[in-house]
Design a protein around this ligand. Structure first.
Ligand SMILES: Nc1ncnc2c1ncn2[C@@H]1O[C@H](COP(=O)(O)OP(=O)(O)OP(=O)(O)O)[C@@H](O)[C@H]1O
Ligand SMILES: [Mg+2]
Length: 238
């Protein structure tokens, strides 16, 4: 079953064209990676697909819904962790989780989620007092509190320490085991190789390569996904 279907997606900002024509399909229950250089358009794809940003053209279906016209219905069924998110400084971890849970018709048990993500000790900590990695964990827990069928994670592990990163990998695999479809934007090729069933590499607003890690390594005539990434994007600077 195809969960996300994007065809010819276009988007320009005042600064210029961000997405030229992006097409991709994500199947139910897979971990789908999006990689590509800074400014390639990855976050714009996530924002358009999750209904946070209007597209200029192309078709988009997530769980059979149009993220623009069916935004409210879709919001109940997806979770989004954004690359640059913020909460009010004074809000406490527990309060944020409880509040987000209240937005959904059938939320997860936010206390359980708090434990699962190691946030229980931080329950009464204010958002501003959390280090970057702890804020990151809170945002993932918030993305999951609605029991989503599809989760968008934009640079989830950037800024996490190595053990938190590994822990997060385990939790992402758990999501897949529970049948959640995961879209993971990442710059880390070891992470993409370890987690993703398929990966799209985006460059200058277009998908330039797509496939399983193994297929991309073959396409890039390389021995590792990182080398394949450089070969396919032509962006190595050594
Ligand atoms: N809100 C905005 N207003 C104007 N231009 C924007 C905006 N958001 C993104 N852009 C531009 O659109 C292009 C794509 O940006 P986007 O954030 O989607 O890239 P990205 O692949 O997520 O990059 P990164 O790896 O740095 O997160 C860039 O040229 C960026 O400068
Ligand atoms: Mg981005």
């Amino acid at each position: 079953m195809t969960v996300i279907e994007i065809e010819g997606l276009r988007k320009s900002y005042k600064s210029g064209r961000a997405l030229d024509s992006v097409s991709l399909k994500v199947e139910h229950g897979e971990i789908f990676g999006i990689a590509g250089p800074n400014g390639a358009g990855k976050t714009t794809v996530v924002e358009c697909a999750s209904g946070l940003r209007r597209r200029d053209g192309g078709t988009l279906r997530v769980l059979g819904l149009d993220p623009q016209s069916d935004r409210r219905e879709l919001a109940q069924r997806i979770g989004v962790q954004l690359q640059e998110a913020a909460l009010p400084d004074a809000i406490k971890v527990g309060e944020a989780l409880r509040m987000y849970a209240s937005f959904y018709d059938a939320p997860a048990d936010w206390r359980e989620l708090m434990d699962e993500w190691g946030l229980a000790d931080k329950k009464r900590a204010g958002f501003a007092s959390l280090s970057g990695g702890w804020k990151q964990r809170l945002f993932v827990a918030l993305a999951l509190v609605g029991n989503p069928e599809v989760v968008f994670l934009d640079e989830l592990t950037t800024g996490l320490d190595p053990s938190a990163r590994r822990m997060t990998w385990g939790l992402i695999r758990n999501m897949r085991e529970r049948g959640v479809t995961v879209v993971l934007v990442t710059h880390f090729m070891d992470e993409a190789e370890a987690l993703c069933d398929r990966i799209a590499i985006i460059d200058r607003g277009r998908v330039i390569a797509e496939g399983s890690p193994r297929e991309l390594i073959t396409k890039g005539r390389s021995d590792s996904l990182e080398d394949a990434y450089f070969a396919l994007t032509g962006r190595e600077t050594a």
